[in-house]
Design a protein around this ligand. Sequence first.
Ligand SMILES: Cc1ncc(COP(=O)(O)O)c(C=O)c1O
Length: 460
Amino acid sequence: MVSEMFGSIRLEKEKTKSMTCYPFAINVYICNTIMDRREFIKVASVGACAAALLPSVGGLVTGCTPPVICDGDSVGDIDSGKWDFDEVVDRSGTWSIKYGRASENQIPMWIADMDFRTAPAVSSAMKERLHRDVLGYTYTPEEFYQSIIDWEKEMHGWQVDKEWVSYCPGVITSINQAYLTFTHPGDGIVVMPPVYNLFRMYAERLGRQVIDNPLLFDGEHYQVDFDGLEKTLSRKDAKILVLCNPHNPAGLVWDRDVLRRIATLCRQNGVLVISDEIHADLTLYGRRHTPFCSVSEDAAAIGLVFAGPTKSFNLAGVSMTAYCVIPNEELRQPFQKQLRDAKLDEAPIASLVATIAAYTKGTSWLQSLKEYLQGNIREVVDFFSTNDLGIKAIPPQASFLVWLDCRAMGLGQDELMRFFSDKGLLLSNGAAYGQGGEGFVRMNIGCPRKIVKEALERIL
Ligand SMILES: Cc1ncc(COP(=O)(O)O)c(C=O)c1O
């Protein structure tokens, strides 16, 4: 297809001879005269699609001003402010883990990725990069660091120095590397369950001891058990506290005073804090996320922040896409060495391009996404407050996961999971998140509203 097209273009070569931006001129010609632009994208193979996107690449290569990019359905309107989160995106044939585990008639609302397309700014940047067919060894460019520095400042009000930032091969892989850097087998890793299960799972796999300091729950609100924490941190074997900030599965946005108090206690006891901030960009209802290391001198001295665009921009399958911010050089150096020694410090091209695009061009898409998620959450909360099923939704302050308190149903955990499964829903099992998770399930509402409504109707 491509060669056919370029064959016909050759006839017109004379017309473009005088132009300095030759590839660009050819593509403008393809897009504007050979066929309707949408039609071109539809019929063309991946290679031809590259040609359709070549104008901007041509612009980069030759130094010409990139022209308007040919628009295709999947490229989308980057800055229109109108994104269709109601669209049911076909994920079949994409090796989706979420759908792969669900039976045919089940709605999968478990693992934490969303059923929306990623931001057009991200997919467009990735396509442009790929269409150059240049996939050699790649260094981490200045733009990567700058996009993170600007994002942290603008989104979270945190002024970050460039030296503090490193590329990381995914949040969990990197937290595991931090366990290896700062602890020995048998050392204690403190968690505050119910909490994201992989903190515990990998600590145990690496032969570390998990020490629980469960959150307090009064049926409405969660709180840190500071009395318990004081005792836990004073144990000689406690070396690291892993904080989920914002918190998964309960969607809590920790406030500054709580974080400050945690930092003071941890520093007094010589315990480091790993702050997993992967859900930070998804704070809702105008709330702001507080980066752990920004709250005090103590926090900056003992904290390691791990974050990335994978949750907010729905990039979980790009994988190996994260960064860490470590203000204290005495922690940063050994951690960076650990990543280097394991050869985990080289960012894949896709991670770099996606992160830069998300953080430099994704703000308005993200804002729209958050508004849409708030609408979905409202559906869920209203549904459970108007239908007396013994289920109470804890409205998340961040992200797209709703923690459902089903204890009043009086079912054992297996029965509870069977209840939802028989209704045609695949949810996350609350018990997986540790103490305090029994009697709960987690519902992922990162999908079109009509799917959320359908899921709720099934529960009735
Ligand atoms: C709190 C938290 N941390 C980390 C991850 C996974 O991050 P990554 O895929 O970068 O390892 C998730 C995914 O659900 C999560 O909820």
